[in-house]
Design a protein around this ligand. Structure first.
Ligand code: AMP
Ligand code: ZN
Length: 451
């Protein structure tokens, strides 16, 4: 049985999907800048859940949004649209910005071998559905119109605050000048009436404008997954505003609880503190690569902490992860040609221990410890095969594709020619030369290979 911690009930609960396919929604990137390694922790978390579910035999129907409009510089409806800020900064249209950073996001995900959801949906592709959804909330009396746009009326939803957004933040407008037209300072925008100069805007029954940020996730979830979603993921920063608002929108329109499990990943910190542009510590994968680290080293680093705990990134810790991964891989490969026989029962125990760890709310440090314990067995191909099976969850690349140096290729060719000419003594000399350099030539019917 899989157990996940549910942020909604604040308990570890047994997981089972409502239908036979797991419906999973993950908040995706706002495509206005490079995704940093903190963002990537959130996607590794999603990948971790997806792989664990698949390992347990579940089929998945996953969705992720791409926020290419409407996310303001503050999560709570204040400031400028992040896309427009980037557009001014980079002297490109918001559409070009979105395309550029969406491509980068896909590339970063690929570098980390992240198992992406089945549907990846830009907010701008569902504007008509957003308008319909907002109209639905208006019709049911959960929203109201002001001169600035359409707002959700949180007083109408008794469940507001389920994820921990306290009453205090809803009352006095401590942080901003209160908008007199709003019924409550914490009412949030569903549709924004756009000023003339605004670039990304669409016709709507409430004037030309653009959607608020929170609505896109409710709409994309509804369109692609329907009224019941088994798991919804995101970073902890989204819990008390963005996800609180998503619950309000979705549950009010559908008339019932839409999401069963809310799962949140804690923040990645850098050098014990926040990651920030001004702190000059907002690392992206390229920054790690420049210092000699592979994206996989970061994947291994991710597994060293439980997702519910803050994880502290330092280059020393990443170095530790790199060493750890290298040692792990070498140990795994040392079993590849192992000829010892391991009792099936023992292997079954390891498989169970591994499964128990990953199914216990993704206890990856424990899962890796099980692997390490198993690798201490006598060298055996069975151990190697079982690790390859576990690797469906771990997601490392065990293929070693080393460039064969030119001189070795030349020696191998010369050996081959000597052999063809039946000069076996000369061929053996070449073989010895090649072996001394740490390579081995193997002949086959059609020629030879170098390993
Ligand atoms: P954004 O592109 O800003 O919407 O964020 C994308 C995802 O990254 C969200 O799920 C955030 O909660 C998550 N996130 C942002 N910063 C961090 C961080 N430092 N550590 C972990 N997750 C983060
Ligand atoms: Zn979202």
């Amino acid at each position: 049985m899989i157990k996940f911690f549910n942020s909604l009930t604040r308990k570890k609960e047994n997981f089972s999907p409502k239908y036979d396919v797991v419906k999973m929604y993950s908040c995706g990137p706002t495509v206005y800048s490079y995704p940093h390694i903190g963002n990537m922790r959130a996607y590794l978390f999603m990948d971790n859940i997806r792989r664990v579910l698949k390992y347990n035999g579940y089929k998945l129907d996953g969705v992720m949004n791409i926020t290419d409009v409407g996310h303001l510089t503050s999560d709570a409806d204040e400031g400028e649209d992040k896309m427009l800020v980037a557009s001014k900064r980079e002297q490109k249209s918001p559409w070009e910005i979105a395309k550029f950073y969406t491509d980068i996001f896909f590339n970063e995900a690929k570098r980390l071998n992240i198992d992406l959801p089945e549907h990846i949906v830009p907010a701008t592709s569902v504007i008509n559905e957003i308008i319909k959804f907002v109209q639905g909330l208006l019709d049911k009396g959960y929203a109201y119109i002001t001169s600035k746009g359409v707002y959700f009326d949180i007083e109408k939803f008794s469940g507001y605050g389920k994820l921990g957004n306290s009453i205090d933040t809803k009352k006095a407008g401590a942080r901003i000048d209160v908008d007199d037209e709003k019924h409550n300072p914490a009412d949030f925008v569903l549709w924004v009436k756009a000023p003339k100069e605004h670039i990304m805007k669409w016709e709507s029954p409430w004037g030309v404008g653009y959607p608020g940020w929170h609505i896109e996730c409710s709409v994309i979830g509804d369109k692609y997954l329907g009224e019941y979603i088994d798991i919804h993921t995101g970073g902890v920063d989204h819990k008390t505003i963005h996800h609180e608002n998503e619950i309000a929108q979705s549950d009010c329109l559908c008339g019932h609880r839409v999401v069963n499990f809310w799962m949140h990943v804690e923040f990645l910190q850098v050098d014990g503190g926040k990651m920030g542009k001004s702190l000059n510590n907002m690392y992206v994968l390229d920054d790690l690569q420049k210092r000699g680290f592979n994206p996989e080293d970061f994947r291994y680093f991710y597994f060293n902490a439980h997702y519910s705990k803050q994880q502290n990134f330092t280059f020393e810790a990443l170095q530790g992860a790199q060493n750890g991964l290298k040692a792990f891989k070498n140990l795994v490969l040392s079993h590849k040609d192992g000829e010892n026989f391991i009792e099936e029962k023992l292997l079954e125990n390891y498989r169970e221990e591994f499964l128990d760890a990953i199914n216990d709310d993704l206890n990856m440090p424990k899962a890796l410890a099980v692997c390490q314990k198993m690798l201490k067995e006598n060298k055996s191909k069975q151990v190697y095969d079982l690790i390859m099976d576990f690797n469906k969850v771990l997601g490392f690349n065990f293929e070693i594709k080393k460039e064969i140096p030119k001189e070795i290729q030349k020696l191998a060719q010369e050996r081959w020619e000597a052999k063809q000419n039946k000069d076996f003594a000369k061929a053996d000399l070449f073989r010895n030369e090649i072996a001394k350099a740490g390579y081995c030539v193997k002949d086959s019917k059609d020629g030879y290979t170098i390993e």
